[in-house]
Write a protein that binds this ligand. Sequence first.
Ligand SMILES: [Zn+2]
Length: 293
Amino acid sequence: MQNVIGMKIIKYIFIVLLFIVLFAGIAMGAFIYKAKFGFNSYETTPHTLDAKYGDKSILLLSKTNGFRHGEAIDVSLPIFNDIAESNDWNLYATDDAGVFNADQLKLFDLVIFNNATGKVLNPDQRKLFRDYILDGGGFLGIHGAGDDSHQWEWYTDTLIGARFSHHPIKYHIQEGILNKEMHIDSSHSFNVELTPSFSIKDEWYVFYESPRRTGANILYTLDEADLDWNGALGPFYKEKDFGMGDDHPVVWYKNVGSGRSLYSAMGHDKQSWSSALHKKVIEEGMRWAGGFD
Ligand SMILES: [Zn+2]
């Protein structure tokens, strides 16, 4: 009798364990799928916009169909607002891409993908945005804007100009030292306004190749010394244990057609956004990419 009860208990424990493993597997699978491909949805209804847009105007898009950096987005919104206010720029913040239509996109000098992930634009909106940049628009990409969830060749290869590999997972957030590279024009605002070197805690992205190789100007590189690059996710992606060596860009910029593109891989969480030096890089990046200088 005791044996039968014992067997039943073992059976129930086995079933419960099986469900836990199954549930954990499904949750992990959904997490990886969302981070890699996004659960994509689109908006096409035009927005109601204040008449002030059209003059020194910035469209801040924080839409996340892929991984959502919720904390970073929450703390960055007032920072973008403060920067815009102190420079008399008009900022419009949204997570709805309906504003990417022919009448409204042209009102903005600069579009910021604020940790925007996944496929955030439908095919028509993508074409419109590409033409907008080629015709002289500005783009600023923040952190997740450069990950591998966007599934848009032109965006990744041309607008960003580097293919994301991974970020460290074992030592997720690490303090890194960033070193500035000088612009050829000695009076350029990046040379004058930004600090030559600073340290900051962030989640550091690894790209397969330096964007320098596709013609980007590098603003800051990361000193890889003393940083760990292991990006293995449990039994997945075990081979992701490499950095970029001597040339590890973190912030870079370039002209794309008649437009301007600047990308900063910083900005994973509130620690990163609490750095005044990081905020200054963003402010000067907005000034350059928006053509406000
Ligand atoms: Zn991140």
